[in-house]
Ligand binder design. Structure first.
Ligand SMILES: *[C@@H]1O[C@H](CO)[C@@H](O)[C@H](O)[C@H]1NC(C)=O
Ligand SMILES: *[C@@H]1O[C@H](CO)[C@@H](O)[C@H](O)[C@H]1NC(C)=O
Ligand SMILES: *[C@@H]1O[C@H](CO)[C@@H](O)[C@H](O)[C@H]1NC(C)=O
Ligand SMILES: *[C@@H]1O[C@H](CO)[C@@H](O)[C@H](O)[C@H]1NC(C)=O
Ligand SMILES: *[C@@H]1O[C@H](CO)[C@@H](O)[C@H](O)[C@H]1NC(C)=O
Ligand SMILES: *[C@@H]1O[C@H](CO)[C@@H](O)[C@H](O)[C@H]1NC(C)=O
Ligand SMILES: *[C@@H]1O[C@H](CO)[C@@H](O)[C@H](O)[C@H]1NC(C)=O
Ligand SMILES: *[C@@H]1O[C@H](CO)[C@@H](O)[C@H](O)[C@H]1NC(C)=O
Length: 821
């Protein structure tokens, strides 16, 4: 009962545990705990529904508590976490953090408190975080920063982010204690007060990101003084969420122009063509090198040529990504933009629904070396126009990227680039190429070709032999038959390769990526066919974990051989056999039984055979078969004996005792029995002349197996029933008897009969035909030996004169029972 209830208890606990996966309630403190830590002690407790900081192992190195409902960090929640390097509380509902909550986090390098409900920043939180390098305080409802020196003790701080929709004021002391930063991010879209110099004096400053939506719209003086404090020529500036319409809106850029900021990025920009002209005017003559616009909405007619007198000769890189043109049909041509387009060496127009760049406009891009038109709406036809039908405009072009366009004909693109005499990189990935022609013209300079994510099913000699890097990932390839002697890097992931392509095609190959195919295995000789391969990534395949493969891969993981598996051993997982499915090949241990099956089977068969033979010999030596046979016979006989017993219990059973004696003898002693015993006992000669017995001798009835056994019945049954129906059993002992199994049965049954013992007296009579000592009888006939020592036996005298006496004794013994009855 006690066991049962404790089992119930256990099941109940199990049930509770399954209810809150990864979250157990700690009895002592009521705090939940989280066990989602990996081998590198990185604990991912995000999205666990925690309302308090859960208990996590003290040894944790990183702890991710993002997207829970934690409202408070108490002074004890994080004690003991001296090793913790990174802590994220992003996306909780933190309102309260105890002043000493982070005091034990001496090793903390990254702290993320963004997207919470902290209404004020307490300098005491960070006072002990001397190792902190990265701090994110974005999007909390504190409205002022700098009233207290929050970051004073953070001497190692390199990345700092603060601000949010509620931030209204930045006071002078905001960055006190911060001397240099790699990255500064300030979200100040609703900023209304800024004390000049608050963000100044941080140098070196790697990169600054400012969201200044409100100030740019309403308080440009404030925006100007913010920009003035963080503008340095070498500091890339990212400006977010700007709405730039009208001449006035670009006024703050006079500050960046004055400080000759050279790298400007706009993110989430709304701008009109008129404002662009103003902006171009403002930065006229400033050596702006890089101009990047990510996510921009454009209005107007594109009349930028009004700034055609401005000077932008420094512009080297021009990138627009995610452009939405509101009045796309009103847009005038770019032809007047030569003043802008002639300078840059890198131009990217990415994901902007561009469907063509007319040849005359392309021709304006005189310095162009890098041209990225990925993720647009180009077709073979418009690409032909963009590249001026392949007549070699864009003569300096080294890199062309038309990835992610609706291109279909590989021979077209090959023809279009043939005359680009300097082209080294061509990215035609994520296109609709499904057919590779037998031969294609290419510029002899082409080294890198990316046709990943197309629909190719075969490769042909169309591939240029000059290639050093070839990416054919994510196609439908099954094999590779083209020799590319210069190739250093080959990417074939996401295809349908069943085996590694033959290494002799790639005499120079150093890196091969062939993940996520249908490779079953590979071996040393496969790898050795690659003369110079040093770097292989072949994970996520359907590996058949045979012994050879497992052994080979484990040795490769250990670093034997020249090839390194650089995609981590955890990506090599067995697919079959079934019982190994999902296990890492590196962790699999195959037993000798599996690995050397033939050897194992033959050895074990041999051993089994040997043991079997040995056992047989042993059993034979110990006469075990005889014992078994006996036992079985005995059991069977016992069974039938019981049946007969029931019969005998019948009142009329006396009639069953039909013999005076059952004679048990060896066949070889039959002559004696027939010539002497039977005549003497069954037909006694009229009482020997010298008989002292007055009455005639009563003939005795003997049971002889030869004569009296029922034919057709089982011999043992016969013997049993003969014995049961006889008063006595006479054993004729001789060498022959001892050697005859037949007799052994009889002896044994008689013996069992004896011990079952309902025949009173001494039912066994032993006659020794020849002198036979107890020691002549084999040891296993222990019954007979016992019988010989317990029962007096009659010896058949060799001398005639003593035989009379022998018969008399025998008759007396046989009759004895009668008298006893
Ligand atoms: C946080 O609590 C709110 C309701 O209070 C609930 O809707 C939300 O799903 C919870 N978040 C998590 C991550 O459990
Ligand atoms: C901050 O500015 C946004 C517009 O950028 C406005 O919708 C929001 O209400 C402002 N938030 C506060 C707290 O003033
Ligand atoms: C903007 O400035 C340009 C040149 O200074 C002027 O022609 C234009 O009218 C101005 N636009 C507005 C809306 O003030
Ligand atoms: C793109 O910018 C617009 C505002 O100009 C903003 O609403 C949108 O969320 C931005 N999209 C992304 C992906 O940043
Ligand atoms: C700028 O364009 C105007 C016409 O819009 C033209 O008259 C003028 O010559 C051009 N100036 C330069 C420097 O190209
Ligand atoms: C290519 O053709 C375009 C027009 O089709 C022409 O303007 C340009 O000069 C030509 N370039 C070369 C190098 O032939
Ligand atoms: C081409 O553009 C795609 C998508 O923007 C990018 O992944 C790839 O790296 C680019 N290729 C080159 C050679 O720059
Ligand atoms: C090939 O292009 C794909 C998709 O644009 C990109 O992910 C991959 O990195 C490129 N391959 C190489 C070797 O640059």
């Amino acid at each position: 009962m006690g066991q049962l209830s404790s089992l119930h208890h256990f099941l109940f606990l199990l049930f509770l545990f399954s209810l809150c996966w990864g979250q157990r309630t700690n009895q002592d403190t009521g705090r939940p705990s989280c066990n989602r830590c990996d081998r590198r002690l990185s604990c991912d407790c995000s999205r666990g529904g925690f309302t308090r900081v859960p208990m996590v192992t003290d040894r944790a190195l990183t702890l991710d508590l993002s997207f829970n409902n934690i409202t408070e960090v108490t002074d004890v929640d994080l004690t003991g976490h001296e090793q913790l390097r990174a802590l994220s509380l992003h996306g909780n509902r933190l309102v309260v953090i105890d002043p000493s909550a982070f005091n034990s986090l001496w090793s903390l390098e990254e702290l993320d408190l963004s997207d919470n409900q902290l209404t004020a920043l307490d300098p005491r939180w960070f006072s002990k975080l001397g190792a902190l390098q990265q701090l994110n305080l974005l999007n909390n409802p504190y409205s002022c920063i700098g009233s207290a020196p929050v970051f004073d003790g953070l001497v190692r701080l390199r990345r700092l982010a603060f601000g949010g929709p509620a931030l209204r004021e930045i006071q002078r002391g905001a960055l006190s204690g911060v001397s240099q930063l790699e990255e500064l991010t300030v979200h100040a879209n609703n900023l209304t007060r800024y004390e000049s110099g608050a963000l100044a004096y941080v140098w070196p400053l790697g990169r600054v990101t400012l969201s200044l939506h409100g100030p740019f719209l309403t308080d440009r003086a404030l925006a100007s003084s913010v920009l003035a404090d963080v503008s340095y020529p070498e500091t890339p500036m990212v400006l977010e969420d700007l709405y730039l319409i009208g001449n006035e809106s670009v006024k703050p850029f006079y500050e960046t122009a004055k400080r000759r900021v050279r790298y400007i990025t706009f993110r989430n920009l709304f701008i009109s063509d008129e404002t662009i002209v103003r902006l171009l005017v403002v930065v006229n003559g400033v050596p702006v090198i890089s101009f990047i616009v990510d996510n921009v909405t454009l209005t107007g007619e594109g009349r930028w040529e009004r700034a055609n007198w401005t000077d932008h000769r420094a512009v080297d890189e021009f990138v627009v990504r995610n452009v939405v043109v509101l009045d796309v049909f009103k847009f005038v041509s770019f032809l007047q933009l030569q003043f802008l387009l002639q300078y840059p060496r890198k131009v990217s127009v990415i994901n902007s629904k561009a469907f063509v760049l007319p040849c005359p406009t392309s021709s304006l891009l005189m310095n162009l070396q890098y041209f990225d038109l990925s993720d647009n709406l180009l077709t073979d036809m418009t690409l032909t126009e963009t590249l001026c039908n392949g007549n070699g405009t864009l003569k300096d072009l080294r890199v062309l990227n038309v990835s992610g366009n609706a291109l279909k004909s590989l021979s077209t693109v090959s023809r279009l680039v043939t005359k680009l005499r300097k082209l080294t990189h061509l990215d035609i990935s994520r296109t609709d190429y499904s057919f590779m022609p037998q031969s294609c013209p290419w510029p002899s300079t082409l080294r890198h070709l990316n046709i990943s994510g197309a629909k190719l099913t075969t490769v042909t000699p169309c591939l240029p032999t000059t290639l050093e890097v070839l990416d054919l990932s994510n196609n439908d390839l099954k094999d590779f038959t083209v020799a590319l002697p210069s190739l250093r890097e080959l990417h074939l992931s996401g295809n349908k390769f069943l085996r590694l392509p033959p290494g002799n095609l790639f005499l120079n190959l150093q890196a091969l990526t062939i993940q996520s195919n249908t490779l079953n295995m590979f071996d040393r000789s496969d790898l050795q066919s690659y003369k110079r391969l040093s770097n292989l990534q072949a994970g996520q395949n359907k590996f058949v974990c045979s012994c050879d493969f497992v052994a080979f891969l484990q040795s490769t993981i250990k670093g034997d051989g020249d090839v390194q598996l650089t995609d981590g051993e955890e990506s090599y997982v067995c697919d079959s056999p079934l019982y190994l499915q999902g296990e890492q090949v590196g962790q699999v241990h195959l037993s000798v039984v599996v690995c050397h099956r033939v050897l194992f089977v033959s050895v074990s068969c041999g051993v089994a055979l040997f043991v079997g033979v040995l056992l047989c010999i042993l059993l034979w030596r110990l006469h075990a078969f005889w014992y078994i046979k006996m036992t079985w016979a005995w059991l069977k006989a016992k069974h039938s004996s019981r049946r007969r017993q029931r019969l005998r219990d019948d009142p009329s059973s006396d009639a069953l005792l039909t013999f005076d004696a059952f004679v048990s003898y060896s066949e070889r002693d039959a002559t004696w029995v027939e010539n002497f015993l039977v005549p003497e006992l069954e037909e006694p000669s009229e009482a020997g002349e010298n008989s002292m017995n007055p009455r005639p001798l009563r003939p005795l009835t003997l049971c002889l197996h030869k004569r009296d056994f029922l034919p057709g019945q089982w011999i043992v049954d016969n013997i049993m029933s003969a014995m049961e129906r006889s008063r006595r059993t006479v054993f004729i002992l001789s060498e022959n008897f001892v050697q005859s199994d037949w007799c052994r049965y009889e002896l044994d049954f008689s013996h069992f009969w004896l011990f079952d013992g309902d025949a009173g007296g001494d039912p066994a009579i032993l006659i020794l035909l020849e002198p036979l000592s107890k020691d002549d009888i084999p040891k296993r006939f222990c019954k007979l030996r016992k019988l010989m020592s317990s029962t007096t036996y009659l010896e058949w005298p060799q001398e005639e004169e003593r035989r009379e006496e022998f018969w008399r004794s025998l008759r007396n013994s046989l009759r004895g029972g009668e008298e006893d009855d």
